[in-house]
Ligand binder design. Structure first.
Ligand code: G4P
Length: 522
């Protein structure tokens, strides 16, 4: 098979959702399709901490959650599927955002009874900024949920995207009869079991379907469908691939209902790996030389080995185990001897991988987040990974002042690794950490103790709104405990505002000062 064919077979995506929307249940279905697990309940068992062979880091076991964004891969219908799991909720961290830099599309799961929730909105913003195509699965149709039109309107409004329902539900909850598959022009009947019955539109007139079509819910939905055909947006794959329209599928991950159709359609439409921007222009995925970038570093996945694994997205060419590459940042050669591919429950060694694949490589403390690795004589670096604005801030000190040296070393390394962000307060020069989620602090504390033997004290200064202050000379007297002035590692001035009100008040008072939303910069 040619390199180009191998690359075009790759479908690399992340599943994003609010906790409890059904991500685990849906992922499990997909793993069943891929024959990675044999029965439903396997992944769930892992999530609830009953998974015996788990060799994930200690903190993961303690909390019974997945700290690492795991990667699952399997062949399906002629494609090579790579699923990147993204933690949500309290396990939310910068890693969750960074994972989105390594995928070509995302599946967004929405609970039909709830609609869009805060965390989904945040992740979505990153997808929109990066133009990642989004496919939506509205889950739990077997329960009484919100009106389908209502849900679509919410997606359009909150997320600023066009929607195109690929199917349309007839009833919900106890009255859920099935869906009109607009794409394949058939009615898919739900009988409360795993069997789906497919009735082509033209067969609906047949006497055996009389009972179904005379149902009042069915009739009412036919009218809705007509309305949708006339007044709704037209489907455009091009618009979908540019991230401006999302195909929407209604179904139930648990029943399961509509999952296979969703997955087949999604896989056929989802984009293959795209060219990527670098310092030397755009690099094509079928460029024969291997290249890739590190989007995540995970320490201590296996407590017995204390190893660090760098997660690498292959962007061009073919990876082969043991190959020699150049680390672009240092321009030094490095041998990729140990490599791992991640599956739901176990890690296996891989021999080769292609553009689009995600591999784990052993990290001898050499890599940083965003590092580019290249085979051959070319020299370039992929676009820097965006820094995501932290929201939770804490003052950090070493409990034992005698440990100042280890404290500094640990702090520097973990910050460099991208585990957490570091700021220095003006004048006092005290350290302030910034994170996207609470979990980052748990991991930080744990690793400082276990890897650097330093107990740290974290003192919360709460949720803050960071703004970049674009001035050369700062008038320090304008800042205090409410609006804290700090510097980041590049010596940029940043103000941590206590809340929206404090920010507005400051803006009104000092209209000449340019305050930039870190999010908008990237
Ligand atoms: P998450 O990974 O997004 O957090 O969600 P997860 O799959 O764990 O699902 C959250 C809850 O929603 C689970 O119930 C799950 O069974 C249920 N669920 C998922 N999909 C559907 C669906 O299509 N219909 C219905 N009715 N429920 C669904 P739980 O009570 O928290 O867990 P469990 O003990 O029942 O497994």
């Amino acid at each position: 098979m040619s390199l180009n064919d191998e690359v075009n077979k790759r479908k690399t995506f992340a599943i994003i959702s609010h906790p409890d929307a059904g991500k685990t249940t849906l992922t499990e279905r997909l793993l069943l399709f891929g024959n990675l697990i044999r029965s439903a309940g396997t992944v769930k068992a892992k999530k609830s901490g009953k998974f015996a062979t788990s060799d994930w880091m200690e903190i993961e076991k303690q909390r019974g959650i997945s700290v690492t964004s795991s990667v699952m891969n399997f062949p399906y219908g002629g494609y090579q599927v790579n699923i990147l799991d993204t933690p949500g909720h309290e396990d939310f961290s910068e890693d969750t955002y960074r994972t989105l830099t390594a995928v070509d599309s995302v599946v967004m799961i929405i609970d039909a009874t709830k609609g869009i929730e805060a965390q989904t909105k945040k992740l979505f913003k990153v997808c929109r900024m990066r133009g990642i195509p989004i496919f939506t699965f509205i889950n739990k149709l077997d329960r009484e949920g919100r009106e389908p039109f209502d849900l679509l309107e919410e997606i359009e409004e909150v997320l600023d995207i066009e929607t195109y329902p690929m199917n349309w539900p007839v009833g919900m909850g106890k009255r859920f009869l099935g869906v009109f598959d607009r794409h394949k022009e058939q009615f898919v009947q739900y009988n409360g079991n795993e069997e789906e019955v497919y009735i082509p539109y033209e067969d609906l007139d047949k006497p055996e379907h009389q009972e179904l079509v005379s149902d009042s819910t069915f009739k009412a939905t036919e009218d809705e469908l007509e309305l949708l055909d006339e007044a709704g947006d037209n489907f455009s794959l091009e618009t979908v691939l540019s991230g401006k329209q999302t195909p929407v599928f209604f179904g139930s991950a648990l029943a399961p209902f509509g999952v296979e159709t969703f997955f087949d359609t999604f896989i056929s439409m989802a984009p293959a790996p795209k060219p990527r921007k670098s310092t030397e222009g755009v690099i094509q995925p079928d460029n024969p030389n291997f290249s890739g970038f590190v989007f995540k570093i995970q320490a201590n996945m296996n407590p017995a080995h204390r190893d660090r694994i760098a997660f690498l997205r292959v962007c061009s060419g073919k990876f082969e185990r043991g190959m020699n590459v150049n680390l672009a940042r240092t321009n030094k050669p490095i041998k990729l001897a140990q490599s791992q591919q991640f599956v739901a429950s176990s890690r296996g060694t891989i021999e080769e991988a292609y553009a689009g694949d995600i591999i784990g490589i052993y990290d001898p403390n050499a890599y940083r987040i965003g590092d580019t690795l290249i085979e051959g004589k070319e020299h370039f670096e992929y676009d820097e990974l965006p820094q995501f604005p932290p929201e939770l801030f804490k003052k950090v000190t070493a409990k034992n002042v005698m440990k100042a040296k280890q404290f500094k070393k640990g702090l520097e390394q973990l910050v460099q690794e991208g585990a957490i962000q570091l700021f220095k307060r003006h004048r006092t020069e005290s350290y302030i950490l910034g994170a996207v989620g609470e979990l980052q602090y748990d991991v930080f504390k744990y690793r400082m103790q276990n890897e650097y033997n330093v107990e740290v004290e974290l003192e919360s200064i709460g949720e803050r709104i960071p703004r970049w202050l674009k001035v050369h000379q700062v008038d320090e007297s304008l800042f205090d405990e409410r609006n804290i002035l700090v510097r980041d590692r590049e010596e940029n001035h940043i103000v941590l505002f206590r809340n929206e009100f404090a920010l507005r008040w400051f803006e009104d008072k000092h209209p000449k000062m340019e305050l930039i939303d870190l999010f908008e910069v990237n």
